[in-house]
Design a protein around this ligand. Structure first.
Ligand code: MLT
Length: 393
């Protein structure tokens, strides 16, 4: 008899965003005439930059000609793409060797498999409320989760507690879902904590492009000592609108050694075994997205999403609801009105205003009573949502 992975029984039936997408599908089916305002899943709505589209066309032409046709890609990424990522960091003064960069189909894919580098007995700290994949992927692997609670008292930016017993910690800054972002001094405390204990930080940098505050680091490698304790997982999904196009990277520094073993070499072994590389077309698109021209073009989209954040936070101010995020981050995180619980407010917003958001409790128990809006909607939908919100509250 085949024995299945027993740890799946530790999971909730549905993954958070799958449940929300299913709700949206049902609403569309049941109310086809109504205007739904989608501020739930953080999916971008503006098109790719012209530089990216031109690169995709050129790459398609390359594949059409014998002399430029490309077969399998190198498992770790094409040199031009790794160099484009290294240059992206270097322009901000952060040095990464292209050999330390592994091109991926996006942060989600690598977040799902990076745990394979670590033994099952490691205890995994997550800052709650947390992006649910950090918890679910480790539950599936049979690891123990240690919650580090974030709340209003610490601005949703907890620092390492004195008594924290963990060997791995997930950090996401700017944070999904709260939008809160660690300053350099705060993040340094986590780096020092990890180095003092030989722990490893898995740093999710998916939202770094939204940072405007110079006190907030855009990469963990801006901090001294991070190259000895941190893996950074990054993506073009939000930076350049690649949610449906897919491209990201993971940085594993050569200096990251545990039990006299190079984690970089282990990740090479993992990727060369489990991946046939990322498609040539997407790597050319990624190279274009990270060019100064591509970044300037997608930067205009980021300005639109920032303006959406302002529309939403202005509405919350008028309503007197406490919130975080919206600055340095594309999520607005706010207290549910009238003491409502997250899923009740979720239903209330759908019933009364056809607005779909995300209940904070979906990100763990610390998120109960809070709610998240994505700022990636269209400006028209975001304005309409702010208007309906004021009407019903
Ligand atoms: C979110 O809504 O948190 C994101 O869209 C999820 C993701 O990026 O995978």
């Amino acid at each position: 008899m085949t024995h299945i992975n027993p740890y799946y029984s530790r999971l909730k039936t549905s993954y958070l965003f799958y449940r929300i997408n299913q709700t949206v599908d049902a609403l569309r089916r049941d109310h086809p005439q109504e205007r739904l305002l989608l501020l739930g899943v953080g999916d971008v709505t503006l098109p790719l930059a012209p530089a990216v589209i031109a690169a995709l066309h050129r790459a398609a032409e390359d594949q059409a000609k014998q002399e430029s046709f490309q077969g399998y890609m190198p498992e770790l990424g094409k040199d031009f793409m790794k160099q484009a990522v290294a240059d992206y960091y270097a322009r901000r003064g952060t040095k990464l060797d292209p050999a330390e960069i592994f091109i991926s189909y996006g942060a989600g894919d690598d977040l799902g498999v990076i745990g394979g580098l670590f033994a099952q007995e490691n205890r995994v700290a997550v800052i709650e409320p947390a992006y649910p994949a950090y918890v679910d992927t480790n539950l599936m692997a049979g690891r123990t989760i240690v919650s580090v609670p974030g709340g209003e008292d610490n601005g949703f930016l907890p620092l390492p507690p004195e008594d924290l017993e963990a060997e791995l910690v997930y950090l996401c800054s700017p944070n999904n879902p709260t939008g809160a972002a660690y300053t350099r001094a705060q993040l340094q405390q986590w780096v020092d904590w990890a180095n003092a204990r030989d722990a490893v930080i898995l740093f999710d940098a998916a939202y770094e492009a939204f940072i405007t505050d110079p006190a907030v680091p855009r990469s963990i490698y801006e901090l001294p000592g991070a190259e000895r304790c941190a893996i950074e997982i990054a993506s073009l999904s939000k930076t350049a609108g690649f949610t449906g196009t897919r491209l990201g990277w993971t940085a594993v520094p050569q200096a990251l050694i545990r039990e006299e073993t190079s984690l970089h070499d282990m990740w090479v072994r993992n990727r060369t075994t489990c991946s046939n590389g990322v498609s040539y077309l997407l790597q050319r698109a990624g190279e274009a997205a990270l060019s100064p021209e591509g970044l300037a073009q997608s930067g205009k989209n980021l300005q639109v999403y920032r303006a959406n954040a302002k529309i939403l936070t202005d509405a919350l101010e008028v309503l007197g609801l406490p919130y975080t995020g919206g600055k340095n981050a594309p999520y607005v995180w706010f207290r549910c009105p009238k003491g409502m619980q997250g899923w009740d407010f979720f239903d209330f917003l759908i019933d009364r205003a056809r607005i779909v958001g995300t209940p904070g409790v979906g990100f763990g128990p610390c998120g109960e009573g809070w709610f998240r809006f994505s700022c990636f909607g269209t400006p028209a939908d975001t304005r309409e949502a702010a208007h309906r919100l004021r009407e019903i509250l």
